[in-house]
Design a protein around this ligand. Structure first.
Ligand code: ATP
Length: 226
């Protein structure tokens, strides 16, 4: 979906994909590219969390995870490695990041928070989930092997927000939600990448080569004794 010249004056379409990116892999990057295309986005911010409130502390520093993300994105048009959560103190809450992006792009912009289905299932546990929808729309990307039923809290949070068509989501600055099945649905997770690295197994073609090369050179994700 490429925007025509006549649409150039329309409000910005911007998305935010937060995550631990521990490390970034082709599941993240290919989803980001396909989402950028599918929604005709101006920009997709990929935002590594300094410290995720709902996860154990990653074994690799935020600075290394950001460096890997930058290498992974390379010169991909429309994708940006956004360091803003690394410069805030305390846990990284998406609601704070969305508030900053709303401030940056203005009230009219269509702002989208992007989540994989696994992350979506835990949305009611996030800080101020109702406010997330006062700041942004939500797009949930289908992932293989995540068919778990919704909790009661999630059903309540989502009531009246879901739209079937991407145009209905893009028509408003915030408040709506859409489930998308992207063309390349990759059964790939950072957990599996870390497991392979710790076991000394190959990660070739699971990550961009520049990412693989950085983490092998710096000995990241190897067991402490290696
Ligand atoms: P882990 O295995 O450590 O939980 P992850 O691979 O799920 O990590 P995160 O950094 O937690 O990666 O993910 C950031 C965001 O990207 C989340 O919303 C997650 O659902 C989504 N995501 C991760 N992998 C994929 C994938 N293969 N396809 C689509 N979305 C993905």
């Amino acid at each position: 979906m490429v925007r025509s010249v006549n649409e150039a004056a329309l409000p910005s379409r911007v998305a935010m994909m937060g995550g631990t990116f521990d490390p970034v892999h082709l599941g993240h990057l290919r989803s980001a590219v396909e989402l950028h295309e599918a929604l005709g986005l101006d920009c997709l911010h990929m935002v590594p969390a300094a410290r995720s409130p709902l996860r154990d502390t990653p074994q690799v520093t935020p600075e290394d995870r950001l460096a890997l993300l930058r290498l992974g994105i390379g010169d991909t048009p429309g994708l940006v490695a956004d360091p803003r959560e690394l410069s805030r103190s305390g846990p990284s809450y998406s609601v704070d990041t969305l508030a900053e992006l709303r401030e940056l792009y203005g009230a009219e912009a269509c702002l989208v928070m992007v989540l994989g289905h696994d992350a979506f299932l835990r949305l009611p546990e996030w800080r101020d989930p109702q406010r997330l929808f006062r700041l942004a729309n939500l797009v949930v990307i289908d992932r293989p092997d995540h068919e778990t039923p919704w909790s009661e809290a999630l059903r309540e949070l989502m009531a009246g927000r879901e739209v079937e068509d991407r145009a209905d989501l893009l028509a408003v600055p915030q408040g709506r939600a859409l489930h998308l099945r992207l063309p390349s649905r990759m059964a790939l997770s950072a957990t599996e990448v870390r497991r392979r690295l710790a076991a000394g197994e190959s990660v070739r073609y699971l990550l961009p080569e520049a990412v693989e090369s950085y983490l092998l050179t710096h000995g990241l994700y190897r067991p402490a004794s290696a």
